[in-house]
Design a protein around this ligand. Sequence first.
Ligand code: PRP
Length: 483
Amino acid sequence: MSKQTLGFNRALGDMADALNSDITDSEKLHLLVRAAARALGVRGCSLMLLDAQRRRLFHTASHGLSERYLRKGFLEVEKSLTGILDERPVTILDVATDPRIQFQELAQQERITSILSVPVKIKGEVVGILRVYSRTRREFTAAEVQFLITVANLAAIVLESGRFEEAERQPPEAKGEPSFHPTPLTSQLNPATFAHPSEEEFARLLDFYQIEWIYEPRSFALQWEGKAAEMFTPDFYLPALDLYVEMTTLKPGLTTEKNRKVRRLRETHPEVNIKLLARRDYDRLLAKYGHGPLAGAKTHGVGRVLLSAPQVQKRVRQLAKEISHDYEGRHPVLVGVLRGVFCFMADLMRYLTVPADVDFMAISYYGGGSGKAVRVTTDVGISLEGRHILLVEDIVDTGMTLSFVLSHLKARNPASLQVCTLLDKRVRRLADVHLDYVGFEVPDEFLVGYGLDYQEEYRNLPFVALMERKSSNKEPQAKNYLG
Ligand code: PRP
């Protein structure tokens, strides 16, 4: 028996052991790709699964590839290797010259020369591909191709068993022939696939803002101890934002453990961008849309003043000066997103020393429920083609409003598009949009005044204050600042 055949047998033995163990499916897939890469003596191996629309492929479990390469984005099936959906193995001998490679430059930087790709099929249906990446130019032998096909079949067994478990968790009347949803599930809500209702609600919110998400996208090895690895699978990946989100709302008892894993992930994979959404953050996020336990909470009115009226005015004057300087010789259009922005916009306009047009737009609010997407309810009336737009916001919080509004405005072909916000609640950011002019960075507190409301109240205050949520006998402190 050749050395290579022995290596294949050993790898398949290890894979069978892993499949028959009680580790999670993500861990099994991770072990499969690692063992495959080692047995074939290649740089890396990756299992990529098709999304529900069968248009894109996502790295789901991989070994030996850099974060940079994995995060290059998804592969468009149509532009990618032909043969994926025809169920054939495909070899690329040289990525530098093969036109079927979508990320040629990145592949070269990754020192990848040849790629072998085989389909992953469940009961005859292609659900993804398994790829190996070689540093040197390599023509894979029939035995090597056959070995990779066998590994792809083992991966399919893991994926299929996940489906079986999922079906078993459903009530008897919901059973029947469950349809297979390969992880990643992209913007496809299926309650049975979420570990907790809070995750489902979060996915709905992302859907509303048309932010693509992948549930439990991939597992990271936090440390290796012999063959066993400590793995961590974040709850969501938002490809357009290149952001992983871990929610700690599941069970309070798990929070410490999750915090530890996130810390460890940041140490072992410093290039990974991950945000921890704790229960408190999540409740505050939902309250913003009138949902969750904090929505409609009893308040004692306005609490501590964060930014006094003179402080606000001073900063608005400074911003207007900067903007007037930068827009000298141009005639910008200031676009505000209703309604909170009206105070700031009115003051900013009056301090500008360059001529400027002004217009407003409004967008729909997230009201819960699936199948809804944010839309523009009132659009800008002025023609924006070739104009210099300055988008004006009162506050940028998650950044989801801004990210949607900016893509809407970009489609109007402006000459330039910049953003000015009075307040930046950076700590809550999900969509990390670039801000050109920022008045103040503010803490993660519920703020009212100077256009910002709590249930439509307090917009008329000339200062920015914190809402007093806790029960307290004290009179609202901000009263002193009124009048
Ligand atoms: C506020 C603000 C922004 C948005 C920012 O509007 O005016 O448009 O929130 O939040 P985000 O960064 O999390 O998307 P709000 O929805 O409170 O409506 P309003 O302006 O009518 O008060």
